[in-house]
Structure formats: C-alpha cells, structure tokens
Design a protein around this ligand. Sequence first.
Ligand SMILES: Cc1cc2nc3c(=O)[nH]c(=O)nc-3n(C[C@H](O)[C@H](O)[C@H](O)COP(=O)(O)OP(=O)(O)OC[C@H]3O[C@@H](n4cnc5c(N)ncnc54)[C@H](O)[C@@H]3O)c2cc1C
Length: 413
Amino acid sequence: MIHPEGLEDVVRALSLAEKFRIPVVPRGAGTGVAGGCVPFLGGIVLVFDRMNRILDIDTENLHVRVEPGVITGDLDREVRNVGLFYPPDPASIDSCMIGGNIATNAGGPRALKYGVTKHYTLELQVVLPGGRVVRFGRRTKKWVVGYDLVSAFVGSEGTLGVLTEAVLRLIPDPPQIETLLVAFPDELKASETVTELIRRRYLPRALEFLDRVSVAHIAERLPGSLPDGTQALLLIEVDGRGDLFDELEEIAGICEKNGALEIYASRDEKDRARLWDARRKVFPSLEEKYERVRSEDIVVPRSYIPEAVRRIRELASGLGIGVATFGHAGDGNLHVNFLYSGDREGEVLKAVGELYKIALDLDGTISGEHGVGILKKDFIHLEQEPLLIELQKALKKTFDPLGIMNPGKIFPD
Ligand SMILES: Cc1cc2nc3c(=O)[nH]c(=O)nc-3n(C[C@H](O)[C@H](O)[C@H](O)COP(=O)(O)OP(=O)(O)OC[C@H]3O[C@@H](n4cnc5c(N)ncnc54)[C@H](O)[C@@H]3O)c2cc1C
C-alpha cells in the first residue's frame, strides 16, 4: 500500500508497475459499495489520503482545483464559505473523497436539480501506466476540441488511469433552503407522490423516498417525530433566491391530497441538518443490524417508480428476505438493500438478478451511482450489447495496454 504525497510519487509507482507488470488499484476512502477499490488480484494499492489539498478556489471563474484525496464534505464547506456551491453530495459526504467520486461518477440527493459529478468535472490530470501524465478537458465553460475523454474517465472506476488533480465547476450557493419531512401511511402513496411532483413540473433540490423497513431505521434517530402508522417517508428540499413559501405550500398540498399523515417543515439550519443526518445514517444503521447487506442502486424512469416499488416489495415477500428500499427517488434511483444472513447468499444473488430484470424491464439501468466494480460485472451483459462492451474494452486497452489498471473490475472475465 502506498500513500502518495504528490504527482511524482504516483508517476514512480506507475513506472515500476508497468516495468514489473504489477496491478495498480487506486483507492480513496474505501466507501464504494461495488468493490471497485478491492485489490482482489493483489498489486499496489495507491491510497490518496495524503493528497488532500484544495489547491485554489477561483471565485472569478467559478471553479476549484483539488487533489483527489479531498473529503467531499470539506470541499462543500470550503466553497460555501465564499458563497459558492459544489452540488454533488453522496450520502457518504463526510468520508468519501473527490477522486473516488469522480471515478464512480457519484450522485446524491441534490442530483435531482443539479446533476451528478460528471456535470461538475471540467479538467483532469491523470497518470497512465508507465508514468505518462496527461490532462483532459479545459476549465472553460465550453470546449469542443477532440473527444471528450473527461466523460470517458468519469465513472471509469480506476480502470483507465490514476487521477492526481481535478478542476471542478462551482455555482452560486442558493441562499434559501427549506426542507419537508412527509409521513405516509403506505409506500405506494409516497411513491406516487414522487411521480406526481415530477409530472407537475416541480424541481425540488432533493426528493428522497424511504420504505417501511427504512422508516424503522430512521425513526430511532428522529424520536417523537413520526406519527403512528408511518409506512413511508419523503424528504423534500427546495432552494432558490427569494420566497419559497408558495412552492412549499403547493408541494405540501399535493402530499396532503395523496394521503400524507403529517408534513413537518424544518425550523432552521440545525433542524435541517438533523433530518439529513438521520437520512444519511439509514445505510450504516442497516449494516450495523444485519449480518449481510447487499446494496443495489437501480434507476427507472420516474413515472415507473410506483411500479418499481410494488415489484420490489413482491420480490422481497416472495423471497422471505428483508429488503429496505430508499434513495433518490426524484431521479428514479432506488437503493434496494437485501438484508440477510450468510447462509442465504445464493438466494440473494438470484434475487439481485431478478431486481436487475425489473429495472431493465422498466427501461432503467442496473446502477445509477455505485458503479459495477466486482459486484455487478457478471450482470453488465444484461444491460449492454456485446459490441458496446467490446468498444469499452478497446478503450481500456488504449489507455492501459498491459491491463494493469484495476484489473478484474467492470467487465466479465
Ligand atoms: C453510507 C454510504 C452512503 C453512500 N451514499 C452514496 C450516494 O448517495 N451517492 C453515491 O454516488 N454513492 C454513495 N455511496 C458510495 C460511495 O461513497 C461512492 O461511490 C464514493 O464516490 C466512493 O468514494 P471513495 O473515496 O470512498 O472511493 P473508493 O471506494 O476508495 O473507490 C471507489 C472507486 O474509485 C476508484 N478511485 C478512487 N480514487 C481514485 C483515483 N485517484 N484515481 C482513479 N480511480 C480512483 C477506485 O479504484 C474505485 O474503483 C455511499 C456509500 C456509503 C458507505
């Protein structure tokens, strides 16, 4: 394991790796949930915790230059201090790193209004096997000179090269934010509300769904806040300049019409933080309570969310295995967590295959933000035709002719 302190260390490591044909596995904070940073074939693990500087914030041109080991939450706070905003906010924001976010094209609750990591990635410095250093993209607002290799690199899960620096786009920080926690007596009503809000042209900054199993886990962190009979929750956040009251009232009206039991509006910044903290802790809380948690993140077109929730519930009860579904429903992105003990691994793997079929049958995808890593590589063919897989493998070969960059990830063996 190597903890590089700068570009030169990475260049040396990749020169040696090529010379001796050693696999290289880049690693950020290790919060990835597809096994992308696991060195299961051995090799050099490059951990970026020491390359964690915010190099400069350009307040005139609205971008920031960072090293890959910057914790996303630190960047979020630093740029807000100067009135700017870096929207991508994975729920792991206080531990994950920008390099890992770029390599997985991380999303988060705010992706609904603001998009995911790729929408903020302007320019990258990357070290290729052999120690060759290359920069992709430009920090201008627009550019069209050759292929967009920034987009190819974002989401490539460490299989093309090692990221050593990134220039990220910033936007003005919206001054007003309001958050609602809405309790529903049933999951379908809550999921239909998501679809209705999108259909009626609302664009909240976040629109999170939690099913009844997830409610039990969030309830512990919000004592006394949820009415009896709560079977599903929506966490809805709007932002902007000026008065947000009319928008909030309209959204609350739609929730009420759809049978909401209670609509709670956060009182202040501290109260908002309390609600988000509870939401972010749902996954860690599942991991604490169950021997195994297999976390999936399918996406379906938003109008199919209620159908997806219904089919997932059916799948779960057919299996007799606990399933907690929550996530960025406004994006159509549902984190489906299978909760089980080790002796049921085989059944869960089958259920995962069934879940992917549900996603694809509804015109969706098998991963919205977690990536493929090791976990989904044997399923990628369900979504992508052989030619598409071959084109991507050919691209990898161009960057990494010896196949030493994070081998065994994304593509089936
Ligand atoms: C509680 C919890 C909540 C989460 N919520 C979300 C969420 O809301 N949205 C979301 O998108 N994800 C979420 N995740 C998943 C995870 O946090 C993200 O995938 C995150 O982007 C991973 O960052 P990391 O620094 O931990 O990367 P790692 O896990 O260390 O690595 C992830 C991948 O990036 C590659 N990589 C890392 N650094 C580099 C580099 N410098 N150069 C090239 N490749 C590199 C690795 O090889 C690996 O393939 C969550 C995870 C947890 C545990």
